[in-house]
Design a protein around this ligand. Structure first.
Ligand SMILES: Cc1cc2nc3c(=O)[nH]c(=O)nc-3n(C[C@H](O)[C@H](O)[C@H](O)COP(=O)(O)O)c2cc1C
Length: 381
């Protein structure tokens, strides 16, 4: 049964099923899918089941303090909204949805380089912290231009995504004939008829654009542009150059190994996101939650540590923190909400995760996030 109304949705899986019903098949699969056999995508979430939370009793907690500080920036909750490309494709509200949701719970929103709303529009939309995500482009003039735009639009941190030297092998997309912007062949028209709300929205509202790129970009599709621009030979020296250009708080996203984490600290990053891009890049890369303990041990307190991937419940957040992370981040939970119900769906999905963290802190007997340590973790296998 699909949850038909926003009020029917109680958890991330409800939004997922609602999104599957409303969105065009190729769009839902683009959000939902991973690479190759989707092992990494699947394990990102199921790996949380390797741990249990050994709750503490009679600790007198009734209003837990959920605040934390990441890269010197105070957040009201220990999670951040990860960047995701082209949100207009999922719903006409596009990135307005997650930016509004982040502001509603007092956390940071990360805007993708490949967003469908511009750096400036999202910069002006909310008062909450906004961070700007960058891919490693060949065109350094374009990179410098984007950094300058993000700075002047008030973005307070840079996120460099490094697990994307080329695009992963996401087989759902070619099977669906998916491109950005979508081409409507016979198969797509048939699927569009099964997704009337999405089709109406798509056909009657302004079309999908990569709002941060020049209108005259020679690439016909997003994949063409990405293939033209990605710089697989980008090195640690280039990362250092980039940090010099940005000259502000910076996070490196896509780390799995302790040696890369140490190198990130040495290069000057203030925060590390353990991430495999939601299982969309190298399949069989480890679940980020499995990397936390080793990386924390390797970097000590030299950088903030974020777990990105598979977060679906408040308990997932607490497990990540107890294992040694400072915060977590996620994309699909708000993307499913957006795809199903627009901004209202993204906001409700994120608010429910905030409430879940609060409830689970009380149930775990934890009054502040820094009380969470390994003593709360029971490893199952
Ligand atoms: C539809 C979609 C688009 C994404 N686009 C980007 C992007 O533009 N830049 C980026 O760094 N990561 C991107 N990601 C990866 C997310 O930032 C994040 O690492 C991942 O989705 C976390 O896993 P989760 O979806 O299970 O929370 C995207 C993910 C999805 C699902």
């Amino acid at each position: 049964m699909f949850p038909g109304r926003l009020s029917d949705c109680l958890n991330v899986d409800d939004y997922r099923r609602a999104a599957r019903r409303r969105a065009h098949k190729m769009v839902f699969d683009y959000i939902d899918g991973g690479s190759d056999d989707e092992i990494a995508q699947f394990e990102n979430h199921t790996a949380f089941n390797d741990y249990r939370l050994a709750h503490r009793v009679l600790s007198g907690v009734d209003t837990p303090d959920m605040t934390t500080t990441i890269m010197g920036q105070k957040l009201e909750v220990p999670f951040i909204l990860s960047p995701a490309a082209g949100n207009r494709l999922f719903h006409t509200d596009g990135e307005i949805g997650p930016a509004t949701a982040a502001e509603a719970v007092g956390t940071a929103y990360c805007l993708s380089t490949l967003s469908s709303r511009s750096i400036e529009d999202i910069g002006a939309l909310t008062t909450g912290p906004k961070w700007f995500q960058l891919y490693v482009w060949k065109d350094r003039v374009l990179v410098k231009e984007m950094l300058a735009r993000a700075k002047s639009a008030g973005y307070t941190a840079l996120i460099l995504t490094v697990d994307f030297p080329i695009t992963g092998n996401r087989e759902r997309d070619p099977r669906n004939g998916f491109t950005i912007p979508p081409k409507l062949g016979l198969k797509q028209i048939w699927h569009a008829m099964n997704a009337p709300l999405w089709s109406l929205d798509y056909l009657t509202k302004p079309s999908v654009k990569y709002a941060n790129l020049a209108d005259d970009t020679s690439a016909v599709t997003l994949n063409d542009f990405v293939a033209q621009q990605l710089s697989a030979d980008f090195s640690w020296d280039d990362a250092e150059w980039l940090l010099g250009e940005w000259n502000g708080p910076a996070l490196i996203k896509g780390i799995a190994r302790s040696d890369d984490a140490k190198r990130s600290v040495k290069t000057g990053f203030n925060a590390i996101s353990l991430s495999n891009h939601g299982g969309r890049q190298l399949d069989s890369s480890p679940a980020p939650i499995h990397c936390v303990q080793a990386v924390r041990q390797a970097i000590g307190s030299d950088a903030d540590l974020i777990v990105d991937g598979g977060i679906r419940r408040g308990t997932d957040v607490l497990k990540a923190l107890a294992l040694g992370a400072d915060a977590v981040s996620f994309a699909r939970p708000y993307l499913y909400g957006l795809a199903a119900f627009g901004t209202k769906g993204a906001v409700q999905a994120v608010r429910q995760l905030r409430d879940a963290v609060e409830r689970d802190m009380i149930l775990t007997g934890v009054g502040a996030l820094d009380e969470l340590d390994q003593s709360f973790i029971m490893t199952i296998k």
